[in-house]
Design a protein around this ligand. Sequence first.
Ligand code: NAD
Length: 296
Amino acid sequence: MAKIGFIGLGNMGGPMAANLITASHEVSGFDLSASAIEEFKANGGSAMANTSDLVKDVDIVVTMLPAGTHVRSVYTGDKGILAAAKPGTLFIDSSTIDVQSAREVADAAKAADMLMIDAPVSGGTGGATAGTLTFMVGGPDEAFAKANEYLEIMGKTIVHAGGAGNGQAAKICNNMILGISMIGVSEAFVLAEKLGLDHQKLFDISSTASGQCWSMTTYCPVPGPVPTSPANRDYEAGFTAAMMLKDLKLAQDAANASGASTPLGAEAAQMYNLYASSGEAETDFSGIIKFLRGTS
Ligand code: NAD
């Protein structure tokens, strides 16, 4: 049994922490939200008053925070958790953040004699609850080896993608593919509608032909062909348009900083920006098809 501190007990962090508790680890937690703390306590966790007290007496710290600014402020500075923890503590940051922040915080961790990995996830709240997340990990071999048994409790697929920041790099590359492919599949269904081609017929053909992809076969943006896709429940999220926009912006920031040419990623970011700001930010990202039809 390990002593684990968990910071950020929201939609993702809450169920991830619950899985660590179920696996008989002693988990203490901190969040700014009273309701997140109440749920964490109901799941068997012990709440701490602040992050410094939380990290003092644990072997491992997991963070699941909204963005890079939150991660920087929680980790670094005089009151940061890197200053408060015991040397050798293992830090696992599973937040989705920009590559540069991830690398800077990893450098600060190394300088403080700590072990750290960036380990963003895909799989959504369903995967967090079921313990079937995919972890994309960046960081030194020693930290990855130590973290693996805990990641296995929260996830099913764990890939060590290289050095610090490479987990975040993998996450934004993957989600850029997803944003672009969801728009592509949606455009095909909108064109099919105009041409009098039935949704199910297009699905039957494309799902087994060269148009096959996850956005078509698992998360189909029209109701019917894939009963579990959000299209069947009026695009209730799932993965919100706001979150897709966040990841596409991170991808564009990284492309600009590194000089990579990503014109379709840039276009996808623009389209999700327009879609999200038309009152659909909390709608599932596959609802972009409504925007293409001009009905959102
Ligand atoms: P959330 O908003 O539900 O949870 C974030 C939690 O962090 C909140 O409870 C908030 O109170 C807490 N928090 C913020 N600042 C804090 C601080 N300084 N100290 C302590 N707690 C603080 O968000 P979420 O959906 O759980 O997402 C968390 C991360 O996971 C994000 O980076 C997101 O991009 C990523 N992610 C989310 C999903 C998803 O489907 N929700 C999927 C993959 C990745």
